[in-house]
Write a protein that binds this ligand. Structure first.
Ligand code: GTP
Length: 399
């Protein structure tokens, strides 16, 4: 066998650099996990990379006697525990049910390798192969955990990671098939050569995995921030932006023509007076009480939003004008019977005016809202605390 190598780096040096890199990435993930509200996944990933790093450090040490045993035991235990933590991290991040038996399996396999082929029947080749089998189980479990992304925004990252894990699993099988003497080795491609290629592949995989974990955490944060930008902080309802986005994305779950159905625009009567008499904080509580009533009376497919100030809107998918009108009147009655405590202990009573408009394939959502708004102002002019339909306004105008 010629004494030549395409890889001037020896495997322990590569293992040392891989270990160092993983420990550094673990530090970065700890930082990210601590700063984010949903950082449980990142913290578990950090533990996984740290343990993997320690395992590689121990692997790269050349020790003798008892210290050699300590290094081999530590290497196997840290490797199994590290893989289990990475899996637990993906389950926590994806809000999936953890599968303790699977996590236990990736810990038990290197342990069995250690006890059986280091302790009972010493056989380095079988020990290495069993440990590699544990890594293969980890990669397959990782593949399975990436099947259902928790949000559509991170779907493409999950898809790429699945491809990456698959390619790495193929390299792992190829490298260890040589160790098992399953593949023929030419005079040039000896076991060391294959393991060196595997070491580089492993370095690249773990680096990509860590960068992907960071990318996932940031993508989740960006998606959550986008959610917050769609929600009114005071009432928890959609805000104007969230309402139009939900309409555009078809969140009502209906086909186009039916999607919008009818819209009801609601406005609290003499709200300025409530603010002036009872203070802004009491006014805020009235806004929250209206939001609660709307939530209570909404059907699951309705979109309920605070469009700004004291104006609210409910999109009722599939609802015809008469049905929407009846529901608007029910909301008004509910608000009429609601009391909100003022700071001085008095009960604040309030009323709401509403305008109803049925959308149609020829009437855009903007036009339907404008017509419902006009109907709501007509209701105000008629004396407030009532609902009016845009359709009736048209009829009156024509008469
Ligand atoms: N407390 C509180 N008040 C708000 C908020 N947003 C807008 N307002 C107040 O809502 C009031 C709206 O007053 P107007 O537009 O005159 O309407 P109104 O008094 O309800 O009269 P009508 O609509 O004609 O019945 C203003 O005084 C705003 O300051 C808010 O988030 N909290």
């Amino acid at each position: 066998m010629p004494d030549s190598s395409l890889f001037p780096l020896d495997i322990p040096t590569l293992a040392f650099s891989r270990g160092l890199m993983q420990i550094m990435l673990a530090g970065l993930l700890v930082y990210v996990g601590r700063r984010h509200e949903q950082g449980a996944g990142a913290r578990l990933w950090a533990a996984g990379f740290l343990l993997n790093g320690i395992s590689l450090f121990l692997f790269s040490i050349t020790a003798h006697g008892i210290w050699d045993t300590v290094c081999v035991v530590g290497n196997h235990l840290a490797l199994g525990a590290g893989s289990a933590c990475l899996l637990l991290g993906f389950w926590a991040f994806g809000r999936q049910r953890a599968q303790p038996w699977l996590a236990a399996l990736v810990v038990v396999i290197p342990l069995v390798a250690l006890l059986a082929f280091e302790g009972a029947w010493p056989n380095a080749r079988l020990r290495v192969l069993t440990t590699a089998f544990g890594q293969l189980v980890f990669l397959l479990a990782l593949q399975a955990s990436l099947r259902r992304p928790p949000r559509h925004e991170i779907e493409h990252i999950y898809r790429r990671l699945r491809v990456l894990a698959l390619v790495y699993a193929a390299v792992l099988v190829w490298a260890y098939a040589v160790v098992a003497n399953v593949l023929p080795t030419s005079s040039r491609l000896d076991i060391g050569y294959h393991l060196a290629i595997f070491s580089v592949a492993s370095l690249l995989f773990m680096l990509s995995l860590a960068v992907t974990c960071l990318a996932l955490q940031f993508a989740l944060l960006a998606a959550r921030n986008e959610d917050l930008a769609m929600v009114d902080w005071l009432t928890g309802l959609l805000n104007r932006r969230g309402f139009f986005r939900a309409i555009a994305h078809g969140d009502t779950g209906r086909a186009d023509a039916e999607r919008i159905g009818s819209v009801v625009v609601l406005d609290i009567d003499h709200f300025k007076r409530i603010n002036d008499q009872h203070g802004h904080a009491a006014g805020d509580r009235v806004l929250q009480a209206v939001a609660d009533r709307l939530r209570e009376l909404a059907s699951p497919s309705d979109l309920v939003a605070r469009m700004g100030g004291e104006e609210f809107c409910v999109a009722m998918p599939g609802a015809r004008r008469e049905h929407a009108f009846a529901r608007a009147e029910a909301i008004l009655a509910h608000c009429r019977n609601t009391t909100v405590p003022a700071a001085d202990g008095r009960a604040i009573r309030f009323t709401v005016s509403a305008g109803v408009c049925e959308a149609s394939p020829t009437l855009s959502i903007d036009d339907a809202l404008a017509q419902a708004d006009a109907a709501m102002y007509a209701a105000k002019r008629e004396g407030r605390d009532r609902a009016m339909a845009a359709h009736d306004l048209e009829h009156d105008a024509r008469a």
